[in-house]
Design a protein around this ligand. Structure first.
Ligand code: G4P
Length: 527
């Protein structure tokens, strides 16, 4: 198959939601449709990540599960579908943001009872930043939720995106009758079922045809006719280009656990969602069709077997054909590397692959040479953009509790921060190590893993730092002067870029006024 055909059939995306809206359930139904799993219940919800308590053992166990399920590929119709899993808990939001840099679109799941929740809004902000195309699945229609028109208004207002319903619910809660597919003009009647596909589809050419009454109670028929008229009156026909630019979200209604409205979503998704286009690098935009292979690391996972120190780097292929055993340039290290056992994650199984295409995710065994954001090419010194590091909100100093294990501690901190568990900043003089995270839970994970994987013990001393900001200036002298004047509140990130450790919002505001030529950045991208 030519490259363009391989690219055209790929759909690489993430399902995102506020915890408990039904992301895991919907993922599982997709996998059932794709034949990647045979029974419901095969995909475990990351319950540990949902709890606010820090149950380390559970996190460790779940981490194991999430390696297997963090990339799920399957063939559906003529498409190669790849779903990237994202953790739901806010404390792991960074991991989610990074994963979103490796997808071409997302499906956002919203609970019809709760509507738009905090995490939904935050995730949507990230999608907006990158103009990621979004489809929305309003879930749990088998419960008494908010009225659908209210939900659509809420979606538009709180998520700041135009919406266009493509299915319409007929009643909800206990009297939920099914969904009318506004796109294919078919009526899909609701017969609750946990595992099988909902087969009861009635094609309705004309909503005013009398046979509709044979399928639905008269009141529901009237309501459906009125609703559809209203929908067509309020909303413009689907503008596919607007969806692809991230300006308009098609909306579907259904019930994931009852497998209802899911096939409508999946069928429309594969038909409408964008195939890989390419990715901006610092020097230029790299198009998916370019013949030379390029890709970047968006996730690193520790090997589950504690006897082996190696890790798996997840590489998103941006352009060209990736080949097993070929030499590729690791642009940060300036070294050529080859990979004997690259793996893909088809049908929930890991297997070694000989080649892979744009949109695919390959897992590369990594003995410490990779960090998040690293780029691989056939020789061009590219660096891909779009993997932001977020300004950490909690900063603590590392206190070594076992001086005999200093080396192990240093190595552990270096490797775990490369893996993206947290961010490391170093302050001079004294090589003071400061760890920054977006959530409390990350410190627990770090301490636990340092002890169990590296045999090093440490604690984290709270610092009175409000936030860290990356510093940027047009003129290097300006930046150097600022850094020299404020050494006490300057630290360096892993790329030796200066970061201001600000003690309050007030300080930041004052500094912004006094140094108009400096930029104080809340996130940071490769330059
Ligand atoms: P998440 O990954 O977004 O966190 O959500 P998940 O799929 O784990 O679903 C959260 C809860 O919502 C689960 O219940 C799940 O069964 C339920 N759920 C998912 N889809 C629907 C739906 O369409 N209707 C209704 N009524 N419930 C739905 P749980 O009690 O937490 O777990 P379980 O015991 O059912 O597995």
């Amino acid at each position: 198959m030519p490259v363009s055909a391989e690219i055209a059939r790929r759909r690489t995306f993430a399902i995102i939601s506020h915890p408990d809206a039904g992301k895991t359930t919907l993922t599982e139904k997709f996998l059932l449709f794709g034949g990647a799993i045979q029974t419901a219940g095969a995909v475990k919800s990351n319950k540990a990540q949902k709890t606010a308590t820090s149950d380390f053992m559970e996190i460790e166990r779940q981490r194991g599960i999430s390696v297997a399920t963090s990339v799920m590929g399957f063939d559906y119709q003529d498409y190669r579908v790849t779903i990237l899993d994202t953790p739901g808990h806010r404390d792991f939001a960074e991991d989610t943001y990074r994963t979103l840099s490796a997808v071409d679109s997302v499906i956002l799941v919203v609970d019809s009872v709760k509507g738009v929740e905090a995490q939904t809004r935050r995730l949507m902000e990230v999608c907006r930043l990158r103009n990621t195309p979004v489809m929305i699945f309003v879930n749990k229609l088998d419960r008494d939720g908010k009225p659908p028109f209210d939900l659509l208004d809420e979606l538009e207002e709180t998520l700041k995106i135009r919406v266009r319903p493509l299915t319409w619910p007929i009643n909800q809660g206990r009297s939920f009758q099914g969904v009318y597919n506004l796109y294919s003009k078919e009526l899909n009647l609701f017969r609750p079922t946990k595992t099988t596909r909902a087969e009861h589809v009635v094609a309705v050419r004309d909503l005013h045809a009398p046979e509709l009454d044979a399928h639905l109670p008269a009141a529901d028929v009237r309501q459906l006719r009125d609703d559809v008229e209203l929908v067509e009156g309020i909303y413009d026909p689907l503008d596919e280009a607007a969806y692809r630019r991230g300006a308009l979200a098609p909306v579907f209604f259904g019930s994931a656990s009852n497998n209802f409205g899911v096939q409508e979503l999946l069928d429309t998704f594969v038909a409408l969602a964008p195939a890989p286009i390419g990715q901006p690098a610092v020097s230029r935009f790299v198009r998916a069709e370019e013949p030379a292979f390029t890709g970047f690391v968006f996730k690193i996972h520790a090997n589950l077997d504690p006897r082996h120190r190696d890790r798996i780097a997840f590489v998103r292929i941006v352009s060209g054909r990736f080949e097993r055993h070929a030499f590729y340039l690791h642009t940060r290290l300036g070294r050529k590397l080859r990979f004997a056992n690259p793996t893909t994650f088809l049908a929930n199984d890991k297997s070694v692959v000989d080649e892979a295409w744009p949109g695919d995710i390959v897992g590369l065994y990594d003995s410490g040479q990779f960090a998040i954001g690293d780029t691989l090419t056939e020789g061009e010194p590219l660096v891909f953009q779009g993997i932001p590091r977020f300004a950490p909100e909690i900063l603590r100093e590392v206190v070594n509790l076992d001086p005999m294990k200093t080396k192990q501690l240093d190595k552990g901190i270096r490797e775990l921060t490369e893996e993206g568990v947290a961010q490391l900043f170093t302050q001079q003089p004294g090589n003071r190590k400061i760890i920054g995270t977006v959530g409390e839970l990350q410190f627990d994970v770090l301490a636990f893993r340092l002890e169990h994987e590296y045999g090093a013990r440490c604690s984290f001393r709270p610092l009175s730092i409000y936030k860290a900001y990356w510093l940027e200036a047009e003129s290097p002298t300006e930046l150097r002067d600022f850094v020299a004047r404020r050494t006490n509140s300057i630290a360096y990130d892993r790329d030796q870029r200066p970061v201001l450790l600000a003690d309050s919002q007030w300080t930041v505001n004052a500094l912004k006024q006094n140094y108009p030529a400096l930029n104080f950045l809340a996130w940071n991208e490769p330059q």
